[in-house]
Ligand binder design. Sequence first.
Ligand code: B12
Length: 356
Amino acid sequence: MREAGAADGRAARAEILGLKGTLAASAVERQYARQPGVWERYGEAGRRKAVADGEYHVAFLAEAVSADAPVLFLDYVRWARQLFEGLGFPADALQVAIQCTMDALADLATPAAFAVARPVLEQALAQLAAGGDDLPSFIMEGNPLASEARAWLDRLLEGRRTDAEGLISALVERGASLSDVYLKVFQPGLRDLGRLWQLSRITVAQEHYCTAATQLMMARLSGRLFGTRAGSSGKRLVAACVQGELHEVGIRMIADLFEMQGWDTDYVGASTPPASAARMAADRRADVLAVSATMTYHLEELRSVVAAARQASPRLKIIVGGRLVNLAPDLWRSVGADGSAMDAEGALDLATRLAG
Ligand code: B12
Protein backbone atom coordinates (compact mmCIF):
# COMPACT_ATOMS: atom_id res chain seq x y z
CA MET A 1 0.00 0.00 0.00
CA ARG A 2 1.22 3.54 -0.74
CA GLU A 3 2.31 5.42 2.38
CA ALA A 4 0.07 8.42 1.63
CA GLY A 5 -2.83 6.04 0.91
CA ALA A 6 -2.29 4.28 4.24
CA ALA A 7 -2.26 7.61 6.09
CA ASP A 8 -5.45 8.78 4.32
CA GLY A 9 -7.16 5.50 5.15
CA ARG A 10 -6.22 5.59 8.84
CA ALA A 11 -7.33 9.23 9.16
CA ALA A 12 -10.64 8.46 7.41
CA ARG A 13 -11.18 5.47 9.71
CA ALA A 14 -10.71 7.63 12.80
CA GLU A 15 -13.13 10.24 11.48
CA ILE A 16 -15.77 7.74 10.38
CA LEU A 17 -15.65 5.85 13.67
CA GLY A 18 -15.85 9.15 15.56
CA LEU A 19 -19.10 9.84 13.71
CA LYS A 20 -20.44 6.27 14.00
CA GLY A 21 -23.54 6.95 16.10
CA THR A 22 -24.46 10.14 14.24
CA LEU A 23 -23.97 8.51 10.85
CA ALA A 24 -26.07 5.49 11.77
CA ALA A 25 -28.91 7.63 13.18
CA SER A 26 -28.90 9.85 10.11
CA ALA A 27 -28.83 6.86 7.73
CA VAL A 28 -31.80 5.26 9.52
CA GLU A 29 -33.72 8.55 9.36
CA ARG A 30 -33.23 8.56 5.57
CA GLN A 31 -34.03 4.85 5.29
CA TYR A 32 -37.37 5.30 7.10
CA ALA A 33 -38.20 8.27 4.86
CA ARG A 34 -37.38 6.29 1.70
CA GLN A 35 -39.31 3.17 2.66
CA PRO A 36 -42.31 4.40 4.66
CA GLY A 37 -44.56 1.58 5.80
CA VAL A 38 -41.77 -1.00 5.75
CA TRP A 39 -40.08 -0.21 9.06
CA GLU A 40 -42.80 1.46 11.19
CA ARG A 41 -44.32 -1.91 12.10
CA TYR A 42 -41.16 -2.82 14.07
CA GLY A 43 -41.81 0.10 16.47
CA GLU A 44 -39.31 1.94 18.64
CA ALA A 45 -37.35 -1.23 19.45
CA GLY A 46 -36.99 -1.91 15.72
CA ARG A 47 -35.65 1.57 15.19
CA ARG A 48 -33.04 1.10 17.90
CA LYS A 49 -32.00 -2.18 16.26
CA ALA A 50 -31.79 -0.46 12.88
CA VAL A 51 -29.44 2.14 14.36
CA ALA A 52 -27.35 -0.66 15.92
CA ASP A 53 -27.19 -2.36 12.49
CA GLY A 54 -26.22 0.99 10.97
CA GLU A 55 -23.35 1.24 13.43
CA TYR A 56 -22.18 -2.20 12.29
CA HIS A 57 -22.23 -1.04 8.65
CA VAL A 58 -20.09 1.95 9.61
CA ALA A 59 -17.67 -0.09 11.75
CA PHE A 60 -16.93 -2.58 8.97
CA LEU A 61 -16.68 0.20 6.39
CA ALA A 62 -14.13 2.03 8.54
CA GLU A 63 -11.81 -1.01 8.66
CA ALA A 64 -12.04 -1.61 4.90
CA VAL A 65 -11.12 2.03 4.37
CA SER A 66 -8.30 1.91 6.90
CA ALA A 67 -6.70 -1.21 5.36
CA ASP A 68 -7.38 -0.08 1.79
CA ALA A 69 -9.07 -3.48 1.42
CA PRO A 70 -12.62 -3.12 0.00
CA VAL A 71 -13.01 -6.90 0.30
CA LEU A 72 -13.48 -6.46 4.06
CA PHE A 73 -16.65 -4.45 3.43
CA LEU A 74 -17.78 -6.54 0.46
CA ASP A 75 -17.59 -9.68 2.59
CA TYR A 76 -19.60 -7.92 5.28
CA VAL A 77 -22.27 -6.80 2.84
CA ARG A 78 -22.59 -10.33 1.44
CA TRP A 79 -22.93 -11.64 4.99
CA ALA A 80 -25.45 -8.95 6.05
CA ARG A 81 -27.60 -9.51 2.95
CA GLN A 82 -27.97 -13.18 3.81
CA LEU A 83 -28.67 -12.33 7.44
CA PHE A 84 -31.37 -9.80 6.47
CA GLU A 85 -32.91 -12.32 4.08
CA GLY A 86 -33.08 -14.90 6.89
CA LEU A 87 -34.85 -12.29 9.06
CA GLY A 88 -37.47 -11.78 6.32
CA PHE A 89 -36.57 -8.15 5.50
CA PRO A 90 -37.43 -6.77 2.03
CA ALA A 91 -34.95 -7.81 -0.68
CA ASP A 92 -33.60 -4.28 -1.17
CA ALA A 93 -33.37 -3.43 2.57
CA LEU A 94 -29.60 -3.61 2.74
CA GLN A 95 -29.09 -1.79 -0.54
CA VAL A 96 -31.20 1.11 0.73
CA ALA A 97 -29.41 1.07 4.08
CA ILE A 98 -25.97 1.24 2.42
CA GLN A 99 -27.12 3.98 0.03
CA CYS A 100 -28.46 5.98 3.00
CA THR A 101 -25.16 5.43 4.86
CA MET A 102 -23.35 6.86 1.84
CA ASP A 103 -25.70 9.86 1.69
CA ALA A 104 -25.22 10.49 5.42
CA LEU A 105 -21.45 10.27 5.02
CA ALA A 106 -21.52 12.73 2.13
CA ASP A 107 -23.37 15.23 4.33
CA LEU A 108 -21.59 14.70 7.64
CA ALA A 109 -17.98 13.72 6.93
CA THR A 110 -15.18 15.85 5.53
CA PRO A 111 -14.72 15.66 1.74
CA ALA A 112 -11.37 13.89 2.32
CA ALA A 113 -12.89 11.07 4.37
CA PHE A 114 -15.85 10.76 2.00
CA ALA A 115 -13.50 10.55 -0.99
CA VAL A 116 -11.72 7.54 0.55
CA ALA A 117 -14.92 5.76 1.62
CA ARG A 118 -16.99 6.43 -1.49
CA PRO A 119 -15.35 3.88 -3.87
CA VAL A 120 -15.77 1.17 -1.23
CA LEU A 121 -19.47 1.99 -0.80
CA GLU A 122 -19.95 2.11 -4.57
CA GLN A 123 -18.42 -1.34 -4.97
CA ALA A 124 -20.73 -2.65 -2.27
CA LEU A 125 -23.78 -1.15 -3.97
CA ALA A 126 -22.71 -2.67 -7.30
CA GLN A 127 -22.31 -6.06 -5.64
CA LEU A 128 -25.77 -5.79 -4.09
CA ALA A 129 -27.29 -4.69 -7.41
CA ALA A 130 -25.73 -7.72 -9.12
CA GLY A 131 -27.98 -9.89 -6.95
CA GLY A 132 -27.53 -12.50 -4.32
CA ASP A 133 -25.48 -15.61 -4.19
CA ASP A 134 -26.64 -18.43 -1.99
CA LEU A 135 -24.76 -19.68 1.00
CA PRO A 136 -23.81 -23.32 0.45
CA SER A 137 -22.78 -25.67 3.24
CA PHE A 138 -19.19 -25.51 4.48
CA ILE A 139 -19.18 -29.33 4.64
CA MET A 140 -18.08 -29.82 1.06
CA GLU A 141 -18.03 -32.85 -1.19
CA GLY A 142 -14.22 -32.84 -1.63
CA ASN A 143 -13.77 -33.33 2.12
CA PRO A 144 -12.99 -37.04 2.72
CA LEU A 145 -14.69 -36.82 6.13
CA ALA A 146 -17.73 -34.88 4.88
CA SER A 147 -20.27 -37.53 5.85
CA GLU A 148 -18.73 -37.88 9.32
CA ALA A 149 -18.76 -34.07 9.72
CA ARG A 150 -22.41 -33.90 8.72
CA ALA A 151 -23.40 -36.77 11.02
CA TRP A 152 -21.47 -35.21 13.90
CA LEU A 153 -23.12 -31.80 13.47
CA ASP A 154 -26.59 -33.36 13.07
CA ARG A 155 -26.19 -35.25 16.32
CA LEU A 156 -25.11 -32.09 18.15
CA LEU A 157 -28.04 -30.14 16.70
CA GLU A 158 -30.36 -32.88 17.96
CA GLY A 159 -28.82 -32.45 21.43
CA ARG A 160 -27.15 -35.90 21.30
CA ARG A 161 -23.72 -34.85 22.58
CA THR A 162 -22.68 -38.33 23.75
CA ASP A 163 -23.54 -39.87 20.38
CA ALA A 164 -21.57 -37.15 18.60
CA GLU A 165 -18.58 -37.87 20.82
CA GLY A 166 -18.95 -41.60 20.16
CA LEU A 167 -18.73 -40.92 16.46
CA ILE A 168 -15.46 -39.05 16.94
CA SER A 169 -14.01 -41.80 19.16
CA ALA A 170 -14.82 -44.38 16.48
CA LEU A 171 -13.13 -42.20 13.89
CA VAL A 172 -9.96 -41.96 16.00
CA GLU A 173 -10.00 -45.72 16.56
CA ARG A 174 -10.06 -46.14 12.78
CA GLY A 175 -6.81 -44.12 12.59
CA ALA A 176 -7.94 -40.50 12.11
CA SER A 177 -5.37 -38.00 13.40
CA LEU A 178 -6.04 -34.99 15.62
CA SER A 179 -5.57 -32.81 12.54
CA ASP A 180 -8.14 -34.86 10.57
CA VAL A 181 -10.74 -34.50 13.29
CA TYR A 182 -10.04 -30.80 13.86
CA LEU A 183 -9.74 -29.65 10.25
CA LYS A 184 -12.07 -32.04 8.41
CA VAL A 185 -14.83 -32.49 10.99
CA PHE A 186 -14.88 -29.74 13.64
CA GLN A 187 -13.76 -26.81 11.46
CA PRO A 188 -16.25 -27.24 8.59
CA GLY A 189 -18.90 -28.31 11.11
CA LEU A 190 -18.49 -25.12 13.17
CA ARG A 191 -18.48 -22.94 10.08
CA ASP A 192 -21.68 -24.60 8.98
CA LEU A 193 -23.12 -24.00 12.42
CA GLY A 194 -22.44 -20.29 11.85
CA ARG A 195 -24.14 -20.47 8.47
CA LEU A 196 -27.25 -22.05 10.02
CA TRP A 197 -27.39 -19.30 12.64
CA GLN A 198 -26.91 -16.63 9.98
CA LEU A 199 -29.85 -18.05 8.00
CA SER A 200 -32.00 -18.05 11.18
CA ARG A 201 -32.34 -21.84 11.00
CA ILE A 202 -30.97 -22.43 14.50
CA THR A 203 -31.06 -20.40 17.70
CA VAL A 204 -28.17 -18.75 19.54
CA ALA A 205 -28.64 -21.32 22.31
CA GLN A 206 -28.19 -24.20 19.84
CA GLU A 207 -25.01 -22.59 18.50
CA HIS A 208 -23.66 -22.11 22.05
CA TYR A 209 -24.51 -25.72 22.96
CA CYS A 210 -22.73 -27.14 19.88
CA THR A 211 -19.66 -24.94 20.37
CA ALA A 212 -19.39 -25.81 24.07
CA ALA A 213 -19.73 -29.51 23.26
CA THR A 214 -16.99 -29.20 20.63
CA GLN A 215 -14.65 -27.50 23.08
CA LEU A 216 -15.25 -30.29 25.60
CA MET A 217 -14.52 -32.91 22.93
CA MET A 218 -11.36 -31.10 21.89
CA ALA A 219 -10.10 -31.07 25.48
CA ARG A 220 -10.78 -34.80 25.92
CA LEU A 221 -9.39 -35.76 22.53
CA SER A 222 -6.19 -33.77 22.82
CA GLY A 223 -5.64 -35.13 26.34
CA ARG A 224 -5.95 -38.64 24.92
CA LEU A 225 -3.75 -38.06 21.88
CA PHE A 226 -0.98 -36.04 23.56
CA GLY A 227 0.38 -39.40 24.78
CA THR A 228 1.47 -39.97 21.18
CA ARG A 229 3.20 -36.56 20.96
CA ALA A 230 6.30 -36.31 18.77
CA GLY A 231 9.60 -35.71 20.69
CA SER A 232 10.28 -32.12 21.78
CA SER A 233 11.19 -29.69 19.00
CA GLY A 234 12.69 -27.25 21.50
CA LYS A 235 10.42 -24.53 20.12
CA ARG A 236 7.84 -22.52 22.03
CA LEU A 237 4.56 -21.02 20.87
CA VAL A 238 2.36 -18.46 22.60
CA ALA A 239 -1.15 -18.41 21.11
CA ALA A 240 -3.75 -15.71 21.79
CA CYS A 241 -6.72 -13.84 20.34
CA VAL A 242 -6.69 -10.07 19.98
CA GLN A 243 -8.44 -7.95 22.58
CA GLY A 244 -12.23 -8.15 22.26
CA GLU A 245 -12.12 -11.35 20.22
CA LEU A 246 -14.24 -14.18 21.61
CA HIS A 247 -13.71 -16.72 18.80
CA GLU A 248 -11.06 -18.92 20.38
CA VAL A 249 -11.62 -22.40 18.92
CA GLY A 250 -9.37 -21.85 15.88
CA ILE A 251 -6.40 -20.69 17.94
CA ARG A 252 -6.95 -23.59 20.34
CA MET A 253 -6.69 -25.97 17.39
CA ILE A 254 -3.40 -24.33 16.48
CA ALA A 255 -1.98 -24.71 19.99
CA ASP A 256 -3.06 -28.37 20.13
CA LEU A 257 -1.56 -29.27 16.73
CA PHE A 258 1.72 -27.53 17.61
CA GLU A 259 1.80 -29.40 20.93
CA MET A 260 1.28 -32.71 19.09
CA GLN A 261 4.27 -31.88 16.90
CA GLY A 262 6.54 -31.42 19.89
CA TRP A 263 6.26 -27.65 20.45
CA ASP A 264 5.88 -26.30 23.98
CA THR A 265 2.75 -24.21 23.83
CA ASP A 266 1.19 -21.52 25.97
CA TYR A 267 -2.45 -21.22 24.96
CA VAL A 268 -3.88 -17.92 26.20
CA GLY A 269 -7.27 -17.97 24.44
CA ALA A 270 -9.86 -15.24 23.89
CA SER A 271 -9.61 -11.44 24.23
CA THR A 272 -6.03 -10.69 25.32
CA PRO A 273 -4.80 -7.10 25.85
CA PRO A 274 -1.88 -6.34 23.50
CA ALA A 275 0.63 -5.49 26.24
CA SER A 276 -0.04 -8.69 28.15
CA ALA A 277 0.25 -10.93 25.06
CA ALA A 278 3.53 -9.18 24.24
CA ARG A 279 4.75 -9.59 27.81
CA MET A 280 3.96 -13.29 27.90
CA ALA A 281 5.76 -13.94 24.60
CA ALA A 282 8.81 -12.11 25.98
CA ASP A 283 8.75 -13.73 29.44
CA ARG A 284 8.40 -17.22 28.01
CA ARG A 285 11.06 -16.55 25.38
CA ALA A 286 8.65 -17.75 22.72
CA ASP A 287 9.95 -18.47 19.23
CA VAL A 288 6.57 -17.70 17.70
CA LEU A 289 3.55 -15.66 18.77
CA ALA A 290 0.33 -16.68 16.98
CA VAL A 291 -2.47 -14.12 17.06
CA SER A 292 -6.03 -14.79 15.96
CA ALA A 293 -8.70 -12.31 14.83
CA THR A 294 -12.13 -13.20 13.47
CA MET A 295 -14.14 -9.99 13.52
CA THR A 296 -13.18 -7.32 10.98
CA TYR A 297 -13.61 -4.54 13.55
CA HIS A 298 -10.67 -6.03 15.50
CA LEU A 299 -8.16 -5.03 12.83
CA GLU A 300 -6.74 -2.17 14.86
CA GLU A 301 -6.29 -4.50 17.85
CA LEU A 302 -4.34 -6.84 15.58
CA ARG A 303 -2.03 -4.00 14.61
CA SER A 304 -1.59 -3.09 18.28
CA VAL A 305 -0.61 -6.55 19.45
CA VAL A 306 1.88 -7.03 16.60
CA ALA A 307 3.47 -3.65 17.37
CA ALA A 308 3.63 -4.33 21.13
CA ALA A 309 5.14 -7.79 20.65
CA ARG A 310 7.68 -6.49 18.12
CA GLN A 311 8.81 -3.84 20.57
CA ALA A 312 9.06 -6.26 23.50
CA SER A 313 10.91 -9.03 21.57
CA PRO A 314 12.61 -7.85 18.38
CA ARG A 315 13.56 -11.41 17.31
CA LEU A 316 10.15 -12.99 17.94
CA LYS A 317 8.33 -14.32 14.85
CA ILE A 318 4.72 -13.16 14.76
CA ILE A 319 2.08 -14.94 12.73
CA VAL A 320 -1.53 -13.85 12.37
CA GLY A 321 -4.67 -15.59 11.15
CA GLY A 322 -8.38 -16.19 11.57
CA ARG A 323 -11.43 -15.27 9.51
CA LEU A 324 -10.46 -11.58 9.24
CA VAL A 325 -6.94 -12.28 8.00
CA ASN A 326 -8.18 -14.94 5.58
CA LEU A 327 -10.34 -12.37 3.78
CA ALA A 328 -7.46 -10.33 2.33
CA PRO A 329 -4.21 -12.01 1.22
CA ASP A 330 -1.92 -9.09 2.13
CA LEU A 331 -3.44 -8.05 5.40
CA TRP A 332 -0.76 -9.85 7.47
CA ARG A 333 1.90 -7.74 5.84
CA SER A 334 0.08 -4.47 6.42
CA VAL A 335 -0.32 -5.20 10.15
CA GLY A 336 3.43 -5.85 10.41
CA ALA A 337 3.39 -9.62 10.95
CA ASP A 338 5.85 -12.19 9.56
CA GLY A 339 3.25 -14.33 7.86
CA SER A 340 -0.17 -15.90 7.85
CA ALA A 341 -1.85 -19.21 7.00
CA MET A 342 -5.41 -20.24 6.25
CA ASP A 343 -5.61 -23.07 8.78
CA ALA A 344 -3.84 -24.84 11.62
CA GLU A 345 -1.80 -27.15 9.37
CA GLY A 346 -0.62 -24.13 7.36
CA ALA A 347 0.20 -22.33 10.62
CA LEU A 348 2.42 -25.24 11.70
CA ASP A 349 4.32 -25.29 8.39
CA LEU A 350 4.78 -21.53 8.46
CA ALA A 351 5.94 -21.38 12.08
CA THR A 352 8.35 -24.29 11.57
CA ARG A 353 9.87 -22.47 8.62
CA LEU A 354 10.05 -19.09 10.40
CA ALA A 355 11.48 -20.53 13.60
CA GLY A 356 14.22 -22.36 11.68
C1 B12 B 1 -18.76 -20.35 17.76
C2 B12 B 1 -18.96 -18.94 17.24
C3 B12 B 1 -19.12 -17.92 18.16
C4 B12 B 1 -18.93 -18.10 19.65
C5 B12 B 1 -17.42 -18.25 19.95
C6 B12 B 1 -17.19 -19.12 21.21
C7 B12 B 1 -15.76 -19.50 21.43
N1 B12 B 1 -15.51 -19.86 22.69
O1 B12 B 1 -14.91 -19.50 20.55
C8 B12 B 1 -19.58 -16.80 20.23
C9 B12 B 1 -21.02 -17.08 20.65
C10 B12 B 1 -18.85 -16.14 21.41
C11 B12 B 1 -19.63 -15.89 19.01
C12 B12 B 1 -19.85 -14.54 19.08
C13 B12 B 1 -19.99 -13.71 17.98
N2 B12 B 1 -20.04 -14.10 16.68
CO1 B12 B 1 -19.51 -15.87 16.09
N3 B12 B 1 -19.23 -17.53 15.32
C14 B12 B 1 -18.97 -18.70 15.83
C15 B12 B 1 -18.81 -19.74 14.70
C16 B12 B 1 -20.14 -20.49 14.57
C17 B12 B 1 -17.69 -20.74 14.83
C18 B12 B 1 -16.28 -20.15 15.06
C19 B12 B 1 -15.27 -21.25 14.95
O2 B12 B 1 -14.89 -21.85 15.94
N4 B12 B 1 -14.89 -21.63 13.71
C20 B12 B 1 -14.02 -22.78 13.42
C21 B12 B 1 -12.54 -22.43 13.53
C22 B12 B 1 -11.72 -23.68 13.54
O3 B12 B 1 -12.21 -21.67 12.35
P1 B12 B 1 -11.32 -20.36 12.42
O4 B12 B 1 -11.65 -19.56 13.62
O5 B12 B 1 -11.40 -19.71 11.10
O6 B12 B 1 -9.81 -20.90 12.64
C23 B12 B 1 -9.01 -21.55 11.67
C24 B12 B 1 -8.31 -20.59 10.69
O7 B12 B 1 -8.92 -19.35 10.51
C25 B12 B 1 -6.91 -20.47 11.20
N5 B12 B 1 -6.57 -19.48 12.24
C26 B12 B 1 -7.30 -19.02 13.26
N6 B12 B 1 -6.57 -18.24 14.05
C27 B12 B 1 -5.32 -18.22 13.52
C28 B12 B 1 -4.14 -17.59 13.95
C29 B12 B 1 -2.98 -17.77 13.19
C30 B12 B 1 -1.71 -17.13 13.66
C31 B12 B 1 -3.00 -18.52 12.00
C32 B12 B 1 -1.77 -18.65 11.17
C33 B12 B 1 -4.19 -19.16 11.56
C34 B12 B 1 -5.32 -19.00 12.35
O8 B12 B 1 -6.68 -21.76 11.76
C35 B12 B 1 -7.87 -22.19 12.45
C36 B12 B 1 -7.89 -23.69 12.50
O9 B12 B 1 -7.69 -24.27 11.22
C37 B12 B 1 -18.52 -18.79 13.49
C38 B12 B 1 -18.78 -19.38 12.10
C39 B12 B 1 -17.48 -19.45 11.27
N7 B12 B 1 -17.57 -19.29 9.99
O10 B12 B 1 -16.40 -19.63 11.77
C40 B12 B 1 -19.36 -17.56 13.86
C41 B12 B 1 -19.04 -16.20 13.27
C42 B12 B 1 -17.54 -15.99 13.15
N8 B12 B 1 -19.58 -15.27 14.27
C43 B12 B 1 -20.16 -14.24 13.78
C44 B12 B 1 -20.74 -13.16 14.52
C45 B12 B 1 -21.52 -12.13 13.75
C46 B12 B 1 -20.58 -13.09 15.91
C47 B12 B 1 -21.06 -11.97 16.83
C48 B12 B 1 -20.87 -10.54 16.33
C49 B12 B 1 -22.54 -12.25 17.12
C50 B12 B 1 -23.23 -11.22 18.00
N9 B12 B 1 -24.15 -10.49 17.43
O11 B12 B 1 -22.91 -11.08 19.15
C51 B12 B 1 -20.22 -12.23 18.12
C52 B12 B 1 -18.88 -11.49 18.16
C53 B12 B 1 -18.08 -11.85 19.39
C54 B12 B 1 -16.70 -11.24 19.48
N10 B12 B 1 -16.58 -10.04 20.00
O12 B12 B 1 -15.72 -11.85 19.10
C55 B12 B 1 -20.14 -14.27 12.24
C56 B12 B 1 -19.12 -13.27 11.68
C57 B12 B 1 -19.63 -12.65 10.38
C58 B12 B 1 -18.81 -11.50 9.92
N11 B12 B 1 -19.24 -10.97 8.80
O13 B12 B 1 -17.85 -11.07 10.50
C59 B12 B 1 -19.83 -15.78 11.96
C60 B12 B 1 -19.04 -16.05 10.66
C61 B12 B 1 -21.20 -16.54 11.90
C62 B12 B 1 -22.00 -16.26 10.67
N12 B12 B 1 -21.90 -17.08 9.62
O14 B12 B 1 -22.74 -15.31 10.65
N13 B12 B 1 -19.46 -16.61 17.86
